[in-house]
Design a protein around this ligand. Sequence first.
Ligand code: 5GP
Ligand code: ZN
Length: 135
Amino acid sequence: MDCIFCKIANGEIPSTTIYEDGDFRVITDINPANLGHCLVIPKAHAANVYELSEELTAKAFVIAKKVAAAVKKATECDGVNILQNNGETAGQTVFHFHIHIIPRLKSDDVKLSFGSFKADSESIAAMGEKIKKSL
Ligand code: 5GP
Ligand code: ZN
């Protein structure tokens, strides 16, 4: 399979590596939202969060937490977004699971907006119940 993140995570393609262990590599993003934007990438291929094992998912988010603290310290940013996209509609462009760690500055121009969907409280609660039943 021709997957760029498989090659990067396993060291076949060189990268600026922030952290590495047997299961993960953390690199700087080639096209960063801000300086210091990092990606947590598992070495084993999983296209998205649904395909990643629970064990590796847990480990990925623990690494993301540590990297977020390092990014905050190194960049002296005002905030950090930890973001993980699943599916093209959600903004995923590389179909190998990864977590974004994005430093945020009061002065930056990064756009992440929620809250545009209009729903009444009954629909919100009904969907909550449907999701609950789907767990
Ligand atoms: P997605 O949109 O799938 O959530 O995020 C993919 C991210 O991977 C983007 O932020 C993009 O800039 C980054 N990216 C894509 N190709 C490469 C690459 O070859 N090297 C690095 N370091 N980052 C990449
Ligand atoms: Zn892959």
